[in-house]
Design a protein around this ligand. Structure first.
Ligand code: SAM
Length: 286
């Protein structure tokens, strides 16, 4: 039995027993691996970094979709950048109130191979008539986009290779331009215990640009290093501070049954620890 060793970090990492190698290819953009692991189920990695596993993907995908969509309250038009495994799309499609979903993924091979080997991630979401899948660089798409979105979800890999541009100042400026008046941008931002520079860089890029900016977090076991942070950048200050009873009403009203997200988790996720507040230069979680 061979092992898959994640190479995201030097001198520290995780390994997965490879029960069965399902697919491996060097695509036009990155090195794609999908394999079966006895504990985490099917696992997908890109360029040596774990992207998603069947066992814990629900935590990540529920937190990057239901938090902004339920906080917004009347989101109709959603943009997903990245997300080739299809999990983010699946969770957005569960909101019957959403009219249109655009997903911009740079690598067709990731979409195709995840449909085949990780079918439970997309779970048929690509066939939803509200979905428009665009194969393109998310930066090129948003730079030329004339549409306006209520929620933009950057489901990007780490800021290396094709994903690097999705952490740039230009990217956040373009997202700001393509958000409606109450629009919200959320973005995967790494595990601060090991990748503190990601939140520092993002904080510099979004403060001053968005009326309200912060981060929220959730522990996703296979994103090693403790809690993963998600950037929050909103044009409306109120949306991050909604009372718990409103969040509870909206969650109940959505009719969505989750395995991780609930209104209390939503509210508590924005309470960041001191070392992260210090890294982003905020005196408190206000
Ligand atoms: N949850 C993962 C994480 O936290 O690292 C991200 C998962 S998702 C698979 C990342 C996706 O972003 C991949 O499908 C990759 O092909 C896509 N991607 C990378 N760079 C991109 C770009 N510039 N534009 C659009 N998609 C991109």
């Amino acid at each position: 039995m061979t092992d898959y060793r994640e190479t995201l970090h030097d001198n520290y990492g995780q390994f997965f027993e490879v029960e069965k190698m399902l697919h491996e290819v060097r695509t036009e953009h990155q090195h794609l691996v999908i394999f079966q692991n006895p504990r985490m189920g099917r696992v997908m990695a890109l360029d040596g970094a774990i992207q998603t596993t069947e066992a814990d993907e629900f935590i990540y995908h529920e937190m990057l979709t239901h938090v902004p969509i339920l906080a917004h309250g009347t989101a109709r038009n959603i943009l997903i950048i990245g997300g080739g495994d299809g999990g983010m799309l699946r969770e957005v499609c569960r909101h019957s109130s959403v009219d249109r979903i655009t997903m911009v993924e740079i690598d067709q091979a990731v979409v195709d191979m995840c449909k085949e080997y990780l079918p439970n991630h997309s779970s048929g979401a690509y066939d939803d008539p509200r979905v428009n899948l665009v194969i393109d660089d998310g930066m090129r798409f948003i730079a030329n986009c004339t549409d306006k979105f209520d929620v933009i979800i950057s489901d990007c890999p780490d800021p290396t290779g094709p994903g690097e541009v999705l952490f740039s100042e230009d990217f956040y400026h373009a997202c700001h331009r393509c958000l409606t008046d109450d629009g919200i941008l959320v973005a995967q931002n790494g595990t601060p215990f090991l990748q503190i520079d990601e939140v520092k860089t993002t904080a510099k890029n979004i403060q001053g640009l968005f009326a309200d900016w912060h981060f929220y977090h959730a522990a996703v076991p296979t994103y090693i290093g403790g809690s993963m942070t998600f950037a929050w950048a909103a044009k409306n200050r109120q949306l991050r501070q909604l009372p718990l009873d409103i969040l509870r009403q909206r969650f109940a009203g959505s009719g969505i049954v989750t395995r991780y997200y609930n209104a209390e988790i939503h509210q508590a996720a924005f309470a960041l620890p001191q070392y992260v507040l210090q890294a982003i230069g905020k005196p408190s979680n206000d």
